[in-house]
Design a protein around this ligand. Sequence first.
Ligand code: SAM
Length: 251
Amino acid sequence: SGGLTLVATPIGNLDDISARALQALRGADTVLCEDTRVTAKLLARHGVATRLAALHDHNEEAEAAPLVKRMLAGEKLALVSDAGTPLMSDPGFRLVRAAIAAGVAVTGVPGPNAAVMALTLSGLPPHPFLFLGFLPVRGGPRKAELARLRAAEAAGLSATLLFYEAPHRAAEALAALRDALGPDRPAALARELTKRFEEVRRGTLAELASHYAAGAPRGEVVLVVGPAPPPDAPAEEALDALLRRALETLS
Ligand code: SAM
């Protein structure tokens, strides 16, 4: 019977595709993808001949209902994006929502995701984390978004923050984050993950902003920002005093 399978694909290294992902792509009647040229290359490399159809932000709303109809009639669809996990700053959410609403079986094959890989390599606390995707490009909306984030932190949000960013905007984004969240916040910029020039640079927001102001990072980047100290966390000096007193009572 028909259904929808979300299949994660590589984020740079074409070998990062699982045996199950290839099975799902081979077994599908149609593979829905963003750019048919990108996915054709991946499928050719792995000898998969399934037919492709484009699903992107511009046609997803209109295509969701007819695609759901086809699945209800028995068609097996696989959904991939150009890179990584579908729906994660990529198309697919509207189709998944429509499929669930219609009672179509939805499953997935997990795999690469740039945000999670950056998080795990950053050296910053892995949870809780907040994935924010791309910040608004224009200055005004971006400032407003960062002000909301700062307000949430002031109200107690303490989570590692994850952003996708275009390399030529990375320095500007780091400066905006520094101005909104403070210069001393620990952070990391992960670039070219799983590729030849993979690199993770760790430092404070001020250090990273100044480093990349001198030259934009090359390739794709993820920004990771450490959590705000919880508002009720005792300051470091207070902790020292507490420890000293505790040690005194022990001796
Ligand atoms: N769906 C993808 C995923 O699961 O990671 C993300 C798609 S989003 C349109 C593209 C953004 O992801 C890039 O601008 C960059 O921020 C990040 N990205 C994708 N591949 C990456 C890589 N190899 N290294 C670092 N960042 C990457």
